[in-house]
Write a protein that binds this ligand. Structure first.
Ligand SMILES: Cc1cc2nc3c(=O)[nH]c(=O)nc-3n(C[C@H](O)[C@H](O)[C@H](O)COP(=O)(O)O)c2cc1C
Length: 216
């Protein structure tokens, strides 16, 4: 099997969490001879080649981050340039996000299923997973702890030409975090989180407090 992989993040490859996820995913994917070609939506110079590859390939995987509860605008802009295929092409998605709860990705997932139809492709499932904010801030073992599990999902995709398996469905984890964890997170965000984000904002040259509301 040959797979066309499109990283749908507007972030350049070097800084894209989706790219780091794909690094691990494709290791598992290629173990038994599956081949791939990968492109980045963030690089508009690649768009013509991506379009060519979209019409040529019969197994397509679009990996994308959740941006403001839905799909990134730049990816949407690209998708609107495509014509429906109606030739039996299978299309699957990896939908990943920052926040951990599966429930917040379900609306995006439902849209992606419709998108497969709009593109005249057979829907081959969506791998849904949050809790990925930190990937690009980590290196080595710390990063592997987050991205490592995608290796197995690459194997699953290679074996089933999609994500329609129980293992892939279970990969999402909790739909809603348990109440004690939500409470703990609230405390952490209001204390350590606040200090950390303030430090990051200062590093970016921000001189106002985080809750500054000039228009209120
Ligand atoms: C503009 C913007 C909007 C985002 N919106 C959401 C969101 O609605 N829900 C969420 O869980 N994460 C959200 N995130 C976090 C990203 O989904 C997450 O960091 C993802 O791993 C980024 O992948 P990328 O680096 O490949 O773009 C957002 C990030 C950005 C920059």
């Amino acid at each position: 099997m040959h797979v066309l992989i499109i990283n749908g993040s507007p972030r350049v490859k070097q800084y894209s969490n989706t790219d780091k996820i794909l690094e691990k995913f494709t290791m598992g994917l290629c173990e038994n001879g599956t081949t791939l070609e990968q492109y980045e939506i963030s690089d508009k110079k690649q768009w013509e080649d991506i379009r060519g590859a979209y019409y040529k390939n019969s197994n397509i995987l679009i990996a994308l981050p959740l941006y403001v509860e839905c799909i990134p605008g730049l990816l949407m802009e690209f998708l609107e340039t495509l014509q429906p295929k109606n030739d039996g092409t299978r299309i699957a998605f990896i939908l990943q996000s920052g926040f951990a709860e599966g429930v917040q990705l379900r609306c995006g997932e439902a849209y992606l299923e419709k998108l497969a139809g709009y593109l005249g492709c057979e829907y081959a499932g969506t791998l849904v997973k949050g809790d990925n904010f930190s990937i690009r801030f980590f290196e080595g073992d710390m990063r592997d702890r987050v991205t490592g599990p995608y290796l197995e999902m690459g194997r699953e995709y290679a074996a089933n030409a999609g994500f329609d398996t129980e293992k892939c469905k279970a990969f999402t984890g909790a739909e809603i975090l348990p109440a004690p964890v939500r409470l703990l997170l609230r405390v952490v965000f209001r204390t350590i989180g606040r200090t950390m984000f303030t430090r990051i904002a200062r590093g970016w040259g921000c001189t106002k407090p985080l809750d500054y509301r000039p228009y209120q």
